[in-house]
Write a protein that binds this ligand. Sequence first.
Ligand code: SAH
Length: 459
Amino acid sequence: MILTISTTHRPATDLGFLLHKHPERVQQFDLPFGEAHLFYPEASETRCTAALLLSIDPVGLVRDREGGTLYPYVNDRPYAASSFMSVAITRLFRSAMRGQSKERPALVDQPIPLVAQVAAVPCDGGLALLTKLWEPLGYTVEAQPQPLDPARPTWGMSPYVTLTLRHTLRLAELLTHLYVLLPVLDNRKHYWVGDDEVEKLLRVGEGWLDAHPERELISHRYLKGRRRLTEMALARLLPEEEGAEDGSQEEALVRPQRLHEQRLDRVAALIRNSEAVRVLDLGCGEGHLLERLVDEPRIQALVGVDVSSRSLQQAHRRLGLDRPRPESNRITLLHGSLTYQDERLRGFDVAAIVEVIEHIDPSRLDSFERAIWAAARPRRILLTTPNAEYNVRFPALPEGEFRHADHRFEWTRDQFRQWADAVASRHGYQVEIEPLGPVDEEVGAPTQLAIFTDREATA
Ligand code: SAH
């Protein structure tokens, strides 16, 4: 089976930087069930295509099967796009799926024209199923039905199609959608579906699956019809009743941009691409950022702090801490307020403070500053906050209102720069500010990110 991904973004060969695979090389990867080959059939300034060719060892599949049952040797498994393809996608494009690229960090967040083509997609639900799954995500879908045998037209058509998907979006999103929806189309799974599949689905589906009109069908088919698991997934996909009210306005405003995802991906990528070993997430909320960092082997301590115990409970669940695994002991969730000094927060390499400062009362900002920049003193601080100037680009937001009922203020670019410069100079940090999200020529990006670095630690 083969998957190709093409772009006409210029220079198109930047696709190689996004995929972390050089366009001039042909690479081969061993997988538990066969081999994957990655190569570029075309790579020019104007158009570039990466091809992932998966060759499955059908005999190996049977041989490795436990229990000695006679799994048929002749079937479609080696040739139909299935969860084998999903596994290959995560193995080969792990960093791209997470939105990481050292060479092209800005391009990671940029929607680019992409075309994905997958040959031999099993399609038991007919073309209607393809449309139902892909169109709500914004794709233009084309399906070319394949005859059973081109030389014997009387045999009729096969249940397989060549699927072409077109959209302008971030590459990480495309890979994530393929990862979930190819096995959904296939409706079979090559390995046991366990509880951790729910976690996997929710993690990868974050930011799009909850809003997808077919989320029930997707969860059901992804989890291969196991009712308990599907119910678990749906319970967590549907909005929480309590607290949904105050969050819904901001949700409605930012969902089209998937801003929250972009912010978290960007901050997670900065942390992953650094040398950080001890990491703080201040105002961690439900643990969305921590979740993006748990499987980074370099990180030895991952500490989330929040004032809301309800959020911490959700983070606890999201991170699977109720079913501890060996890697769980690197994670700690602390109940506390960032406006009080706390010994437990000292000695960290980096602290993320994502969309938290605007929830702190202006009269408490001095205490917050002392607790973090003077007392805890992480070597780096990554702090994001809304850019108030961008609010005019949210048509649903009445003029002069904040994006969220609990926001105490929202700063313009100037106000944020002044505050950040003053804090940095008072505490011996240097600070750089960068836009986060699509940059509007007039009003800037929706989010602003300040990166503080301790001058002494870098000296
Ligand atoms: N950083 C998370 C959550 C952002 S929402 C994310 O991006 O997903 C803001 C969070 O800050 C909430 O969970 C809220 O409980 C927390 N918060 C607000 N004021 C706080 C304070 N003084 N101390 C600790 N956490 C606080």
